[in-house]
Design a protein around this ligand. Structure first.
Ligand SMILES: *Cc1c(COP(=O)(O)O)cnc(C)c1O
Length: 404
């Protein structure tokens, strides 16, 4: 066989549209929570592909599901349904509040579907002008024009004006502010149970309960964006299960495919019929390959052992981070739930989160940021304790560079 052409990190700058600034090494192989780059240098993976690689890398359950399905049927188009997608829909509806599922390929597409569904339900209600969407400052819902407009970070949307209108942003965790803008013209409220990209900030349970009550009062859909918090990330199958607040629509992606692109919008029999034949669609959504992998990943994660294991690892991680912080006094607060952990830097280190992840890379650790002041960890849900220990040791060496 011919050798593949050799490529280097500098080729990224040669050939790629520069929306990303990737690290200066190229990962080529992974196993569990470890990754190796082109030079065969090893890294501990505390990033998990941004809360995606829930079973780590090359897990046999996911590899088998993918390769078995790859030999059978990849794609037929939505003029035909297929067995893996029906099995996955059964799993998702049997294990959540939902009765119906729409499949797509990413978190943004799942949210796009949710927001479009809400607009359609609003239209069908017959209430004039029922198209208003309430969203929150600092939220992140994806990069399509609609979802980036619903997101609460103007720096991601303002360059693409004119934006879809009718979206109102208020402060997160401020129920009074939400109350002031939710009314008869509101068709949806969209919220993350834990703001991920926005800095790993959990929603207060009273806030979510209040939003639920306001949505009931004014006939608006409550949409939980669980793209980051879903599929075991918080130690519950979905984060809404921790709060007891049940949404009308839930979006899920990231960990759902364990690294294979897939997304889904879950809803109830009350709202699903508003998306009648032809009102929305997708070419790849619900394809057999993605559905087979997601089905296997979901089945593996949705067990008491794995979900309890996430809670156990959270405590283990937290203890290690607190011990590190007691020594070095770098983090103002360490917060999150399950294996979605954010470490907010003390004021004197403000703006240094990106530098810390760069130094972590030098020390052989993959880590994330969530804004300029928060270092974020979203590792595999089954990361071994010894990999946590080794990763923390490497983090400690990276943090030593900050002190200098
Ligand atoms: C990552 C993320 C998205 C966007 O998902 P993509 O797959 O990148 O489109 C949406 N919402 C939340 C909460 C996310 O974390």
């Amino acid at each position: 066989m011919e050798q593949p052409i050799s490529v280097t990190r500098s080729n990224f700058n040669d050939w790629m549209v520069p929306v990303f600034a990737p690290a200066n090494f190229i990962p080529v192989r992974g196993e569990g929570s470890r990754i190796w780059d082109q030079e065969n240098k090893e890294y501990i993976d505390f990033a998990g592909g941004i809360a995606v690689n829930a079973l780590g890398h090359a897990h046999p359950v996911a590899v088998n599901a993918l390769t078995e399905q790859a030999k059978k049927l990849w794609h037929v188009g939505n003029g035909y349904t297929n067995e893996p997608v029906l099995r996955l829909a059964k799993q998702l509806t049997e294990n959540t509040f939902a009765d119906k599922v729409f499949f797509c390929n990413s978190g943004a597409e799942a949210n796009e579907a949710a927001l479009k569904l809400a607009r359609k339900v609003g239209l069908d209600s017959g209430v004039a002008g029922k198209s208003g969407i309430v969203a929150f400052n600092n939220a992140f819902h994806g990069r399509t024009l609609f979802t980036v407009s619903a997101g609460g970070q103007p720096k991601y949307s303002q360059d693409f004006a004119p934006l879809p209108n009718g979206i109102n942003h208020v402060a997160f965790n401020d129920l009074e502010a939400a109350k002031a803008v939710i009314n008869e013209q509101t068709c949806a409220v969209i919220v993350e149970p834990i703001q991920g990209e926005g800095g790993v900030i959990p929603a207060d349970i009273e806030f979510l309960k209040g939003l639920r009550a306001l949505c009931d009062q004014f006939g608006a859909l409550l949409i939980f964006d669980e793209v980051q918090t879903g599929v075991g990330r918080t130690g519950a199958l979905y984060a809404y299960m921790n709060s007891g607040v049940i949404p009308d629509v839930l979006t899920t992606a990231k960990a759902l495919g364990g690294g294979f692109p897939v997304g889904a919008m879950l809803t109830t029999d009350k709202f699903a019929p508003h998306f009648s034949v032809g009102t929305h669609g997708t070419t790849y959504g619900g394809n057999p390959l993605a559905s087979a992998v997601a089905g296997a990943v979901f089945e593996f994660i949705n067990t008491p052992e794995v979900l309890e294991g996430v809670k156990h690892r959270y405590q283990y991680f937290l203890d290690a981070l607190n011990a590190l912080n007691a020594e070095h006094q770098i983090f103002e607060e360490i917060r999150g739930q399950g294996l979605l952990i954010g470490c907010e830097l003390k004021a004197e280190y403000a703006g240094k989160a990106k530098d810390i992840t760069t130094w972590a890379g030098e020390e052989g650790l993959l880590a994330l940021i969530a804004g300029p002041n928060v270092v974020r960890f979203t590792p595999s849900l089954i990361i071994p304790e010894q990999d946590i220990d080794e990763g923390i040791a490497r983090l400690k060496r990276a943090l030593a560079k900050l002190a200098k």
